[in-house]
Design a protein around this ligand. Structure first.
Ligand SMILES: [Zn+2]
Length: 385
């Protein structure tokens, strides 16, 4: 029987989220979750007044998120995902899920009740336990600004989680305020390249990002100085920073999540193309489109043989998936596409089942959810997973 994989899932529960994760303005929302005060009507009002960027259809899902397993432990989230979701709707045998941990401590958004080290140590514990250990594939989230790295080399820390605690890859989230080619991670990349360790990088301009004064962490001059404070994050995520990394470590195995994050049913591809040609980067959407094109180009390049993209989050949008599939076929890079959903983060856009069914209509799941992830996840440390 074939094994299938969702290569992009988050299982952080409410306890892992700091109060200012969505910025000062939405901190009341996070506090309200604590008190369970967020009922359907309040969410509806917030959406009507556009305080929350959600649609009417998203309300029941958000309510489920606020009132359900998300209030519990990460363990409850794993159970939900495996048993209430994949075991119910997928007829594809056993599904394994890649769990992407995130350091929420180092983005100036406050401290979560369950801090980063506790979050990953909980996951390490689940990885030791039956029945989860065979079905969960944790990645270690890294932010070089975490205070533990003042005294501890990042590569030693990652090595321990991969070799002792059986984590299988590294998760990057540059939007939380750092550059992927930060010199503090130099030896980490040597280790990852040598051992063929998979790296997953967030690659879109979204809601979770560095909440402090970006100028404290930005290089000068910044690549896109004219962005709003919320959108300064594009400077950290930009593919130019990865280019610098890949020139040094061309064999690094990196998956660019959400393939840049642009949604084609909302934004016109011809207009984006024109702006890209004239280098008119007047919105994060043009920059996301630039990332989309760059990731597709890297997937075709023989200089960087280990670049992948995933369809997580964007698989709430049929047009985006269809356009991407056409590009992928045109450039003969179907072996570079990974199935994922961005579970939890996608909750205001789709359900896990709908994301799965839509992906299955447009792509061949035997390729993107089985053959490709097997190759992507395999490393010299753990072999086949
Ligand atoms: Zn994600």
């Amino acid at each position: 029987m074939k094994t299938y994989y969702n290569s992009h899932v988050h299982i952080f529960s409410k306890k892992c989220i700091p109060v200012y994760i969505l910025g000062n303005n939405l901190s009341y929302l996070i506090k309200a979750l604590d008190w369970l005060q967020m009922n359907r009507f309040v969410i509806f009002l917030l959406s009507v007044f556009k305080v929350l960027p959600i649609t009417r259809e998203a309300i029941p899902r958000l309510k489920m998120f606020f009132r359900s397993f998300a209030q519990g432990s990460q363990h409850e989230v794993i159970e939900h995902l495996l048993y209430q979701e994949y075991d119910r709707f997928s007829e594809s045998g056993s599904f394994k899920i890649v769990l992407l941990s995130i350091d929420f401590d180092s983005q100036n958004a406050g401290l979560a009740p369950l801090n980063y080290l506790n979050q990953i140590n909980e996951i390490a514990e689940y990885k030791r336990l039956k029945p989860y250990r065979d079905r969960i594939l944790p990645f270690i989230g890294i932010n070089p600004y975490h205070t533990i790295f003042i005294n501890l080399p990042i590569e030693d820390f990652v090595k321990e989680y991969i070799e002792v605690h059986q984590f299988v890859g590294v998760k990057l989230y540059p939007a939380t305020g750092y550059y992927p080619d930060d010199s503090r991670m130099e030896k980490l990349w040597v280790y990852c390249e040598k051992n063929d360790i998979p790296i997953m990088s967030h690659c879109t301009c979204g809601r979770i990002h560095y909440q402090g004064d970006a100028s404290e962490r930005l290089r000068t001059p910044s690549l896109f100085p004219n962005m709003t404070e919320d959108d300064q994050q594009v400077n950290f995520t930009d593919t130019e920073n990865f280019k610098a990394l890949l020139v040094k470590y061309p064999k690094l195995k990196i998956c660019f999540a959400h393939c840049g994050g642009i949604v084609f049913s909302k934004y016109n591809q011809n207009e984006l193309e024109q702006k890209l040609i004239s280098k008119n980067f007047d919105s994060p959407r043009v920059i996301e489109y630039k990332w989309y094109k760059q990731v597709l180009a890297w997937c075709q390049s023989t200089d960087y043989p280990n670049i992948y993209l995933d369809i997580s989050w964007i698989n709430h949008d049929r047009k985006t998936l269809e356009d991407l599939r056409d590009e992928v076929i045109k450039h003969n890079i179907m072996h570079k596409v990974l199935y994922g959903t961005d579970f939890f983060v996608n909750i205001d856009k789709t359900t896990e089942e709908d994301a799965y069914l839509l992906s299955k209509q447009i792509f061949n799941m035997d390729i993107i959810a089985s053959e490709n992830p097997q190759k992507y996840l395999r490393s010299l440390i753990h072999g086949d997973l």
